[in-house]
Write a protein that binds this ligand. Structure first.
Ligand SMILES: [Zn+2]
Length: 324
């Protein structure tokens, strides 16, 4: 059976509430999660190149461009984390991980990913039907898997000792490949293009597919011992299957290989990913139920202030659409 670790994901939680909650509150920012002090300096060992006792930069688990996009297309200007829906965020989680050189090296690759892949798919105006993938972009995606998993490895999960060894080996191999700027893993992509509902998934998950970010996890199964690793950016998932999966289980995968990829020819995604998406929706719904009245009112106030039709409004509408 597949074992599930705790997920972390950020969303802008606007689609939940109508404007009829009769509680007033001030608009104080006291429950906005504080951003770290930009002038503070942290020294330690770079987790990528292993340089000792160097000045470390704050790295996002998921690249900043994704959070910038979420804010720019949002209705409220704030993000909320499924871990604590009553705190508003303006940025995603960060940790001191990398030296300046490594941070700059990854930033160059991330820019390629943002420009040539992410913005062509996460686009409310016109989505591209073909993207051109380079080795640099593949390494950028691998570096997100690596960073997202090492920044959340202290979270509670139900992995066994055997799982942890396999995950540790994955992280070591990923690190070597990032340093060599060559990705040897078979990364797969599930883009959400052409309008909802996507891939026979219920239309109710559309908002999450288009606007959720993070939710990185490594799930393990026994007999054979194998894993499925995934994270998401708005409008897309990236995932990796380890060895040990039967061809029939992974045949609906779309490989993220260097070259041109026709997105409009992708007709389905693996059932393992569908299960993952539905589990995440379940957790998303559970987190919404934890929201207090003050937070609901903040959302209502923010929504009322913004008269523009935003990407968030569009995704919300698509999420309510009945399947044709
Ligand atoms: Zn470094």
């Amino acid at each position: 059976m597949v074992q599930c670790a705790v997920l972390v994901a950020l969303y802008e939680l606007t689609p939940i509430f109508s404007g009829d909650v009769a509680v007033t509150t001030d608009e104080s920012e006291e429950n906005v999660a504080p951003e770290n002090d930009k002038d503070s300096e942290c020294k330690g060992d770079c987790v990528l190149c292993d340089t000792k006792d160097t000045v470390l930069q704050e790295s996002h688990s998921i690249p900043k461009f994704a959070y910038d996009w979420m804010r720019e297309t949002s209705k409220t200007g704030f993000l909320r984390d499924m871990d604590d829906v009553n705190k508003r965020h303006q940025d995603g989680p960060k940790k001191y991980l990398l030296c300046g050189d490594c941070e700059r090296k990854l930033a160059v690759l991330e820019k390629q990913l943002a420009e040539n892949c992410f913005k062509k798919i996460a686009n409310y105006q016109k989505q591209k039907t073909t993207i051109t993938i380079t080795e640099g972009i593949r390494v950028a995606v691998l570096s997100i898997f690596w960073r997202a998993l090492i920044t959340t490895d202290d979270r509670s999960n139900d992995r066994t000792a055997e799982d942890n060894i396999v995950l540790k080996n994955f992280l070591i191999e990923a690190k070597e490949q990032i340093l060599a700027e060559q990705c040897m893993f078979q990364i797969c992509i599930a883009p959400f293009i052409g309008g909802a509902p996507y891939y026979d998934l219920p239309s109710g998950v559309t908002y999450n597919l288009e606007r959720g970010c993070g939710s990185q996890d490594a799930r393990f199964g026994d007999n054979p011992h194998r894993y499925f690793i995934a994270f998401k950016l708005p409008f897309m998932y990236f995932y990796i299957f380890s060895d040990g999966w039967h061809a029939s289980e992974i045949r609906k995968s779309t490989y993220f290989r260097a070259g041109n990829l026709r997105l409009d020819t992708i007709k389905d995604i693996p059932n393992t990913l569908k299960t993952y998406i539905l589990d995440l929706q379940h957790q998303f719904n559970a987190s919404k139920r934890m929201m207090n009245i003050r937070s609901m009112q903040q959302i209502i106030n923010d929504v009322e202030k913004n008269k523009k039709i935003t990407g968030s409004d569009k995704s919300m509408l698509r999420s309510k659409k009945k399947k044709q």
